[in-house]
Design a protein around this ligand. Structure first.
Ligand SMILES: NC(=O)c1ccc[n+]([C@@H]2O[C@H](COP(=O)([O-])OP(=O)(O)OC[C@H]3O[C@@H](n4cnc5c(N)ncnc54)[C@H](OP(=O)(O)O)[C@@H]3O)[C@@H](O)[C@H]2O)c1
Length: 261
């Protein structure tokens, strides 16, 4: 599918950084190239009341997201999204004859191992339709959760322990270092609200190094209202000034804005 003469693939090649970037490959910053991407309404919401999943992206931008998935080694979501949306994180919207064989690895941030063993990500893996999900939990896992760990492992998940902050969240720089060590060179972060907020806040804190390389936000021509789910909690106003605009593109009825942090 092309948008204004430029194919979605051409657009993505023009905005996504390529592995081999010397700054990131620098020993001090060894981590994957990170793309943070999500769809929001005009009033900045990513989900409806009570977290109800909304299909905000139109056909064209949804297809772009699925192509983007094929260009990353792994896709990360938080456990809130995994439980609420039961996503598949694959590229099924790309017509089969065009679909690259590469399937990104699903990664779930799940400190206390709340992931359901019958979720679609694990079922797809069991049926040979998806990569083995990696579940990132607290490195100091509460011994009471040992049963959850073996249930998930028996269902096919690889459980990886990473340090938690005092607030209970997985430490993002440590997470990125661990993923890099396990071979993830490009990571697409898809949400949800808490994960987007954490990556944005951490990226602001981490200056002069960065955490996010590319931010790709789809803005849909719709309003969700006050009770919808927003993002950016924990991000102070001082932390929001350094977004460098890269491109803006109309995709169907949506606007896609690309920036760098
Ligand atoms: N529009 C879009 O593009 C889009 C995309 C994805 C999701 N969504 C929506 O987002 C909503 C879910 O958002 P959410 O905020 O409830 O859940 P979330 O961001 O998917 O997951 C948050 C949970 O992940 C775990 N976590 C571990 N380390 C973390 C860290 N460093 N930072 C943040 N979280 C960490 C925490 O749970 P533990 O402490 O238990 O580990 C935390 O509560 C759903 O309504 C979904 O539909 C929208």
């Amino acid at each position: 599918m092309s948008t204004g003469g430029e194919s979605v693939k051409e657009f993505l090649s023009s905005v996504l950084p390529v592995p081999g970037n010397s700054r990131v490959e620098d020993e001090r910053f060894q981590r994957p190239l990170v793309t943070l991407t999500f769809a929001q309404s005009l009033d900045g919401k990513i989900a409806g009341k009570g977290g109800k999943q909304l299909i905000l992206s139109g056909r064209e931008s949804m297809l772009m997201t699925h192509w983007m998935r094929t260009k990353h080694d792994a896709i990360l979501v938080g456990i809130g999204t995994a439980l609420n949306d039961d996503p598949q994180l694959n590229s099924r919207h790309i017509p089969e004859h065009e679909r690259p064989s590469h399937l990104p690895r699903p990664v779930i941030l799940d400190a206390s191992l709340r992931l359901r063993s019958d979720c679609k990500l694990l079922r797809n893996y069991q049926e040979g339709k998806g990569r083995r999900p990696w579940v990132i939990c607290d490195a100091n896992l509460n011994p009471d959760y040992a049963g959850r760990k073996s249930t998930l492992e028996n269902a096919g998940a690889r459980v990886i322990g990473v340090k938690r902050t005092s607030l209970g969240f997985i430490v993002i720089p440590d997470l990125l270092k661990a993923l890099y060590t396990y071979g993830v060179k490009t990571l697409m972060v898809e949400g949800g609200a808490a994960v987007i907020g954490s990556f944005l806040a951490e990226s602001a804190r981490a200056k002069p190094s960065t955490i996010i390389d590319t931010l790709i936000i789809t803005i849909a021509p719709t309003l969700v209202g006050d009770e919808g789910v927003g993002y950016g909690k924990g991000l102070s106003t001082e932390q929001t000034h350094s977004l460098k605009h890269i491109r803006t593109k109309i995709m169907g009825q949506d606007v896609v804005i690309v920036g760098a942090l």
